[in-house]
Unconditional design. Structure first.
Length: 250
């Protein structure tokens, strides 16, 4: 398929995990893709893999919590390719897990909110102007099943992802008449490097909640993400798409 021929995309968190899988699929479906991440070596390796597979890609190191840094990176994309059609924001952290709220460090709570929620707002602010200029855009933020029905012992992560869901609902309505869709993907647990640091007891509890009794894969996440960001999903905005193995049925 070439659903993304002549489209230009930015994928944050594109050096690994869901972001890397989405970026690769976008590129193989014809998009020109910019990978954004903090880890320069991971960015280079993923860009090399996509290039070797025939994709058009470059990468920018940027901190999604820094508005100026994000604006610089996004401007590089628009300057290079003259447009921005798709933003998939996959950068995020889990933070402390397996710790009840009364013992959850305040600074850690603030850090997780800053990366996951404030970072989501920052990247949207930089993506929207070039999209509005062309009256076309697809924004997909990574939420989580944790933000819909809660996970114990992860107060910062749960609150941040619930905030992302609210942000998507608001922005989806704000830009619905401008040819720009804003949606979220809410996975249950997916096998990614980010989840490798999750407390083992918490991880067992999360998998137990999934009727399929397994982790999701990054390939499954990329498949639905690339549909949401395509023209095939043009009547969907402000929506939260589940990827839950049956955990969510509402």
């Amino acid at each position: 398929m070439q659903r993304y021929k002549n489209r230009c995309a930015i994928v944050t968190g594109g050096g690994s995990g869901i972001g890397a899988a989405v970026a690769e699929r976008l590129a193989l479906e014809g998009a020109r893709v910019c990978l954004v991440d903090m880890d320069h070596e991971r960015l280079r390796q993923q860009a090399d893999r996509i290039s070797a597979a025939g994709g058009t890609v470059f990468h920018e190191r940027a901190n999604v919590c820094d508005g100026d840094d994000v604006a610089r990176a996004f401007s590089e994309v628009v300057d290079r390719w003259g447009r921005l059609d798709v933003l998939v924001h996959s950068a995020g952290i889990v933070g402390v897990s397996g710790v009840n709220a009364d013992a959850y460090p305040l600074e850690e709570f603030r850090r997780v909110i800053e990366v996951n929620l404030t970072g989501s707002f920052i990247v949207c602010q930089s993506a929207l102007p070039p999209m509005r200029q062309r009256h076309y855009g697809r924004i997909l933020l990574l939420a989580s099943m944790a933000g819909k029905d809660g996970n114990p012992g992860m107060a910062g992560y749960v609150a941040s992802k619930a905030g992302v869901i609210g942000l998507v609902k608001g922005l989806g309505k704000e830009y619905a008449s401008e040819g720009i869709t804003v949606n979220a993907l809410a996975p249950a647990v997916v096998a990614t490097p980010m989840n490798a640091a999750t407390d083992a007891g918490v991880m067992r509890q999360l998998i137990e909640k999934i009727p399929m009794k397994r982790l999701g894969t990054v390939e499954e996440a990329a498949a639905i993400a690339c549909w949401i960001c395509s023209d095939e999903a043009s009547f969907n905005t402000g929506a939260i798409f589940d990827l839950s193995g049956g955990r969510a049925t509402y």
